[in-house]
Design a protein around this ligand. Structure first.
Ligand code: 1PW
Length: 211
């Protein structure tokens, strides 16, 4: 995978993650996150503690996918069924399965909502829009509720160090600003669809509060 970020590739991976019958392929879901990690890394060192956690979550899921039970981890749907049917998920407190696929993916799923809200703000922002404000508003509306005080503080500090809107658009590597906005308009419904499918699945199986 190239280490220069490209918004186009994020779009492509999320598009590939949806199967014909609307299941979500874990392989592409984590490939999408991999792209986002390379994006965070290009924003500078303040983001490394954030990307480190995402990288370790990606790694856990990759290990399941390439492990002996990998065939059960092809889609989020098959993973949820397999782990629940075989009691592989700590449902109320962390115990013998502290790093189940279900709880690991839930962390990325929550973060995906943040990303969706943030990119939507970026897409509709005006020239004087502040990325740090867009980022923290999106964060407060989503992921922050799941983070303890200390993490919220650290994340807030990282946001303050975000580059401005122009740099952001450049780093996305998708042409001039109008083209970036158009591509965001194309990507967001896809990201939102993947998010919603996962959300519905987790609601149905009572998995939204996994410890
Ligand atoms: C500029 C756009 C970047 C969008 C990327 C969004 C990624 C957000 C990840 C925030 C991670 C903060 C530090 C880690 C916190 C973990 O404790 C937490 N992980 C996540 C992904 O929220 C919860 O994982 P845990 O501790 O229950 O294993």
């Amino acid at each position: 995978m190239a280490d220069t970020f490209s918004l186009q590739r994020v779009l492509e991976t999320f598009r590939s993650s949806l199967s014909e019958n609307k299941e979500v392929y874990i392989k592409y879901y984590i490939a999408g996150w991999q792209e986002l990690v390379s994006f965070m890394n290009s924003l500078g060192n303040v983001f490394s503690f954030i990307s480190k956690d995402v990288v370790s979550k990606i790694q856990i899921l990759e290990n399941f996918l390439s492990g002996e039970n990998g065939s059960y981890y092809v889609t989020i749907q098959s993973m949820v069924k397999y782990e629940l049917d075989n009691d592989l998920v700590d449902l109320t407190k962390r115990g013998s399965h502290p790093e189940s696929g279900c709880r690991t993916l839930l962390r990325l799923h929550r973060a995906l909502l943040w990303l969706e809200l943030f990119l939507e703000r970026l897409r509709t922002s005006t020239e004087d829009g502040k990325t740090s404000v867009m980022c923290s508003d999106a964060y407060n509306e989503s992921l922050a509720q799941h983070h303890p005080w200390l993490i919220r503080k650290a994340v807030g500090v990282a946001f303050c160090a975000l580059p401005g809107r122009d740099t952001f658009f450049d780093v996305m590597n998708a042409g001039d600003h109008t083209q970036v906005v158009a591509l965001l308009g194309e990507s967001l419904p896809l990201i939102a669809e993947v998010y919603q499918i996962t959300e519905d699945l987790y609601v149905k199986n009572h998995l939204l509060e996994l410890p």
